[in-house]
Design a protein around this ligand. Structure first.
Ligand code: PMP
Length: 464
């Protein structure tokens, strides 16, 4: 149709950031784990709009909740109290351990992290903020400064998102989730080795460049970095329980716990960025931090909270909220009635549909099968993640472990799409395929993807 023709004309890499730039995909409809393009082609969606569609595209229950609210009240601002806001905050708070019970609603993850940063500074009276290397925390000026992943920064000296940015206070953490040659501390990137030494040993032969260490050594380096490079007083530390954009990167055992301890010794608060890991995506727990045996002082979230509807939140303690209450906080759209009704229905649906269990079951199955590919193919360097937060790191070969070049990544990526599956790309070098589907996919869907992925790798190897 003509409107499709017009969109095709205007949609190019110069005007719009489209991932499939060779042959863009024009999506016009979605249902659960499926998307349809304007030509009627169906795709299995394994990226969920970047881990955002938590329970399924246009999930009937969530859609019904949205419709119901749309007919009653769209907007008032939080100057007034309205039932959906009240009910939602109460419900969301019940998902957190004490003392995490005070909720602020925003419209995105960046906004949530911006707010958390402000609250941490007001509460502690300190200014410096830490994050881990390879992290992603948002695209607003402040959160772009906080984000460590260089791929998402703009090369403007002393400006937006340059290595040390508008926030000269931002300090890069000691730990790296990308290519280990980049990291002053040789750490787990080459192994993705959350599981520690055992995993290293079992896969050691494929990791010639990697200086794999025992957990205690990683923790020793963390302590050393704090002792030598971290200011004596800090405001906060932000950590993703598993790095998302960084490529499903996990930490060694007890690493996050130790970081929390070191941060608190310096008067800082610990903030879990659950924008990607929350709402059951890791399978084993509802929140990613629960897999690390820590309780943060603040939790930020977005994406999966609204199943695709714009929303975010900061959850914190009454004590931190009291420090913040001294100022004025206003957010026109944050927690609007429609968002609250949707988010409330998302929480119910995750429970009713067993989405967290699906994450665990299908995620574990996918990782087991993908690990077989890793053992079989020279260009698959690592398979890692938890639940339906999976990274497949691609390398030129297992000796050099250099990232597979962007062109090759693009070829496989487009091939997978042409065979009917949408996945994501990430990692600091764009070398990691990311799988984070709506949490309603089935084993059959997983098998379909595995067959497609296998074929696309074979196709690439044949062409090489
Ligand atoms: N934190 C994390 C861990 C994220 O992955 C993202 C988005 N990719 C953000 C924050 C920023 O969220 P938003 O794009 O909604 O601002």
């Amino acid at each position: 149709s003509s409107h499709v023709a017009i969109r095709r004309q205007y949609c190019n890499p110069m005007t719009m950031k489209v991932t499939y730039y060779k042959k863009p995909v024009f999506i016009h409809q979605g249902h659960m784990q499926w998307l349809w393009d304007v030509d009627g082609r169906r795709y299995l969606d394994l990226f969920a709009g970047v881990a955002t569609v938590s329970v399924g595209h246009c999930h009937p229950k969530v859609t019904a909740a949205a419709e119901h609210q749309l007919k009653r009240l769209w907007h008032t601002t939080s100057i007034y109290v309205y039932p959906p806001l009240h009910e939602y905050c109460e419900k969301l708070a019940s998902y957190f351990p004490d003392p995490l019970k005070v909720i602020y609603l925003t419209n995105s993850g960046s906004e949530a992290n911006d707010l958390a940063m402000l609250m941490a500074r007001l509460h502690t009276g300190n200014f410096d903020i830490l994050t881990f290397r390879g992290s992603y925390h948002g695209g607003s000026p402040q959160t772009m400064g906080l984000t460590s992943n260089a791929a998402y920064k703009y090369p403007i000296a002393n400006g937006l998102g340059c290595t040390n940015t508008m926030c000269p206070d931002v300090f890069r953490g000691p730990w790296g989730g990308s290519h280990c040659r980049d990291s002053p501390v040789q750490t787990i990137r080459d192994c993705g080795c959350a599981q520690g030494t055992q995993t290293h040993r079992s896969r050691g032969s494929t990791h010639s460049r990697c200086h794999c260490m025992a957990n205690e050594q990683y923790i020793g380096q963390l302590k050393e970095t704090f002792a030598t490079s971290v200011p004596s007083r800090i405001a906060a530390f932000f950590g993703e329980p598993i790095q998302g954009v960084g490529g499903a990167v996990q930490y060694p055992k007890n690493y996050l716990k130790e970081a929390y301890k070191l941060v608190r010794e310096r008067g800082g608060v610990c903030i879990a960025d659950e924008v990607q890991t929350g709402f059951g995506r890791t399978g084993t727990h509802f929140w990613g931090f629960q897999g690390h045996d820590v309780i943060p002082d603040m939790v930020t979230m977005a994406k999966g909270i609204g199943n695709g509807f714009p929303m975010g939140a900061v959850v914190t303690t009454p004590e931190i909220a009291a420090s913040f209450a001294k100022g004025v906080h206003f957010n026109t759209f944050g927690g609007n009635p429609v968002a609250c009704a949707i988010a409330s229905s998302v929480l119910d649906t995750i429970k009713e549909d067993g989405a967290q269990q699906i994450s665990l079951d299908v995620g574990t199955y996918l990782m087991t099968e993908l690990a077989k590919f890793r053992d079989k193919y020279e260009i698959i360097g690592d398979v890692r993640g938890k639940g339906l937060q999976i990274g497949v790191e691609m390398v030129k070969d297992k000796v050099s472990r250099d990232p597979l070049p962007a062109e090759a990544m693009g070829e496989i990526f487009e091939d997978v799409k042409d065979m009917g599956v949408l996945i994501g790309k990430g990692g600091v070098y764009g070398q990691t395929f990311r799988i984070k589907p709506p949490m309603c996919i089935t084993r059959e869907d997983a098998d379909f993807f595995l067959a497609v992925f296998n074929k696309s790798i074979k196709n690439y190897m044949d062409r090489r």
